[in-house]
Design a protein around this ligand. Structure first.
Ligand SMILES: O=C(O)CCC(=O)c1ccccc1C(=O)O
Ligand SMILES: [Mg+2]
Length: 331
């Protein structure tokens, strides 16, 4: 590991406290109904390692770097004590929107997932219409296509969805070139384009900013290799940032909250309300939103909850092997 964090702690230190849990979700998200994750305890407190199962070791190693930093390194100075957060609405049927949104206390902003495989633009329009209706005219509605549209599809979809007054469109298309193209095509509508996968999964997280392909960046602490690196990406990009979760337990959400708290400017509500998509947590100090915000704290992990959500022995082995391989990659 390089000097921006700490010495790489020995693998045995990580494995000694590491616990693998599997927490069922209320609603399918990214095609998954259960979220598996590892928590471990460092000198600074509990931290989380939770790259998605399909990610390769090189990508997952960056998540481990972020996890180690949060457990072992001092966090930068917090400039705020609470973070305003958005409700995250998975690609559910329009009839379920009000029920799903009722779990988020006091959020004035909703991020609606669109362009889900197997669904149509009509499904997206119905879902966004319903979200706007629940939120009222003063709420903020943003959408996230996770790169699911080509440029023409994105242009068509944004034309149809702009009647709901979109705050921005996140990752409408997959590549940086496509983002630049769609950004130009919809600029006259005044709808900003946000980059997410083009930041956290790119070889160069700054490529999208250098290409002028986005108006703002979605920033995630674990995937970007930690809070310090994420702050540096935002600084070098020179663009506004929205801090977002990677669908983590309250421990990983706390990492995101510390990132959001340390950014010099934070003009958008952050995507850190996702523990409300979980049916449980590893702490009783859950970082679900209250009055539309979460505190910047480090939750205390409860051993009884680690037992309750303990993963099966084969999944536990799988995660410990993965952690071991990623640790080796960080040397
Ligand atoms: O930003 C949010 O509102 C919640 C986080 C979120 O949507 C997300 C969570 C896990 C993986 C990918 C994404 C995403 O933004 O695409
Ligand atoms: Mg996204």
């Amino acid at each position: 590991m390089d000097d921006d964090v700490t010495e790489l702690p020995p693998l045995d230190d990580l494995l000694e406290t590491a616990r693998v849990v599997a927490i069922p979700l209320h609603t399918r998200f990214r095609g998954q109904t259960v979220r598996e994750l590892v928590v471990f305890e460092g000198p600074e407190g509990w931290t989380e390692f939770s790259p998605f199962p399909e990610y390769d070791d090189a990508e997952a190693a960056s998540w481990l770097r972020g996890a180690i930093e949060f457990g072992y390194a001092r966090m930068p100075t917090a400039l705020r004590a609470e973070i305003m957060v958005n409700a995250t609405l998975p690609a559910v049927a329009a009839s379920e929107v009000a029920r799903v949104l009722s779990r988020y206390d006091g959020c004035r902003t909703v991020k609606v997932k669109v362009a889900e495989t197997g669904q149509t633009l009509d499904d997206d329009v119905a879902r966004v219409r319903e979200a706007r209706a629940v939120l009222g005219a003063e709420g903020r509605v943003r959408i996230d296509a996770n790169g699911g549209w080509n440029v023409d599809e994105a242009e068509h979809a944004i034309h149809r969805l702009c009647e709901f007054d979109l705050e921005y469109v996140e990752q409408p298309c997959a590549t940086v070139d496509e983002l630049a193209e769609i950004r130009g095509r919809v600029a006259y509508m005044g709808i900003p384009i946000a980059a997410d996968e083009s930041v956290r999964k790119a070889a160069d997280p700054l490529a999208v900013a250098k290409a002028g392909a986005a108006d703002l960046l979605v920033i995630k602490a674990q995937p970007l290799g930690g809070v310090r690196r994420a702050i540096e990406v935002v600084r070098l990009a020179g663009l506004p940032a929205v801090v977002s979760s990677a669908l983590e337990s309250s421990v990983g959400i706390a990492m995101g909250a510390h990132l959001a708290a340390a950014l010099p400017e934070l003009d958008y509500d952050c995507g850190l309300a996702t523990v409300d998509l979980f049916t449980g947590d590893v702490t009783h100090d859950s970082l679900g939103p209250r009055a539309g915000r979460i505190p910047v704290t480090r939750p205390d992990v409860d051993p009884a909850l680690l037992d309750r959500y303990r993963a099966s022995p084969d999944r536990e082995l799988w995660w410990r092997d993965r952690l071991t391989r990623c640790h080796a990659l960080l040397h």
